[in-house]
Design a protein around this ligand. Structure first.
Ligand code: 2NL
Length: 344
């Protein structure tokens, strides 16, 4: 066999075996088999020694051409393999956009937060601003400036969590209103609601908790009256408990208001006929309110001959319990997810 024939045979063999190669690893093996340092051309180069000098350039040319051809086969096959890899990837990573999405369960806000926001929103709708303040308060703001002097029974260790003689956990959100009146340097009108946690020394049971949430409202202006208070609370009662609700005011006593009232809403469960929720009376007590006591206005720098106003306070848990028929206040704090899920 002449050298030329040998080369042609080698080219043929290389072409066939390279075309059969399936992956880059096999291709590299074939490449080194035909083109590597210890590859097929080594034997052929040995033949060159025995050739007459004048034939050597032609031989060199032929082997170079053969190498180039085989190299070409390797590159072609490499391209085919890479294309196949990409096609395989495109096929396996196809996204079917017509498939329905995976559903995931969204949680919901705690019922207390929901009711708090509902009440905030309804008062914001009447032009109120929401104010917040510290839960650790000084005696002066929690009691003194609210017409609760040093010997008042509400200050008793039995009723209040004291931190020192002068600092305590606020027993109501009223100190936020006091701070707002004190901060109002022009002594102008005020229209705020103050939501937040409050603390009282109470034995926890189905209707009492040592910590609960309160929302108080305060309006200070030159021409406010009991009629404004009643109108405001009627709007609030209807927003929270339904369009058909009526309210009634009964005389009561709070140190910070004079006169003071307890406010009842006609029962949303029986429409006033009498049921177990309203204990047969047709009315449910929902909050306390009154006309701001002059001592309270004066203690925070307001001229009580020029200014007057009204205030009210409600327990947020109580509102939620009435609205949804919840019979144990502890359900708000034990964080049983099954309780919370019911108010999605
Ligand atoms: C209730 C009754 C009430 C107030 C809170 C108040 C605050 C200031 C001045 C006057 Cl700064 N009054 N707050 C007035 C009447 C009743 O709360 O039963 N709360 C759960």
């Amino acid at each position: 066999m002449s050298v030329k024939e040998k080369l042609q045979e080698l080219i043929k063999e290389a072409e066939m075996s390279i075309q059969l190669v399936k992956n880059i690893h096999e291709l590299n093996e074939a490449k080194s088999k035909y083109l590597g340092k210890k590859g097929a051309f080594q034997d052929i180069m040995k033949l060159m020694k025995d050739l007459p000098n004048e034939e050597k350039p032609a031989f060199g040319k032929l082997t170079n051409e053969a190498k180039q051809k085989i190299s070409g086969y390797v590159n072609e096959q490499k391209q085919l393999i890479e294309e196949a890899i990409i096609n395989e990837k495109l096929k396996s990573e196809t996204i079917d956009v017509t498939l329905p999405g995976k559903k995931f369960e969204a949680g919901n806000r705690h019922l207390l937060s929901q009711i708090k926001e509902e009440i905030e929103d309804l008062f914001i709708g009447m032009g109120y601003e929401v104010m917040e303040g510290p839960e650790v308060e000084i005696d002066e703001y929690n009691f003194e400036k609210l017409n609760l002097p040093k010997n008042h029974p509400a200050r008793d260790m039995q009723d209040t969590f004291y931190i020192t003689n002068e600092t305590l956990l606020r027993t109501h959100t009223s100190p936020v209103q006091v701070r707002t009146m004190l901060d109002n340097t022009e002594k102008g009108p005020i229209k705020i609601i103050c939501p937040g946690k409050v603390y009282r020394r109470d034995a926890d049971d189905a209707t009492h908790s040592h910590q609960f949430m309160q929302i108080e409202g305060l309006v200070v202006d030159e021409l406010t009256s009991m009629a404004d208070l009643k109108g405001t609370l009627l709007v609030a009662a209807r927003k929270l408990f339904g369009d058909k609700r009526e309210i009634r005011l009964r005389p009561s006593y709070f140190p910070f208001t004079e006169p003071s009232v307890e406010v009842d809403v006609s029962c949303h469960n029986c429409n006033g006929k009498g049921c177990n929720i309203c204990k047969g009376t047709g009315w449910i007590e929902v909050l306390g309110a009154g006309v701001i006591n002059n001592n309270v206005l004066e203690a925070s720098g307001y001229d009580s001959t020029k200014y007057q106003g009204f205030a009210f306070g409600m327990g947020v848990e109580r509102m939620a319990m009435l609205k949804y028929g919840i019979n144990d206040i502890r359900a708000f704090y034990t964080n049983d997810i099954r309780f919370n899920k019911q108010f999605k």
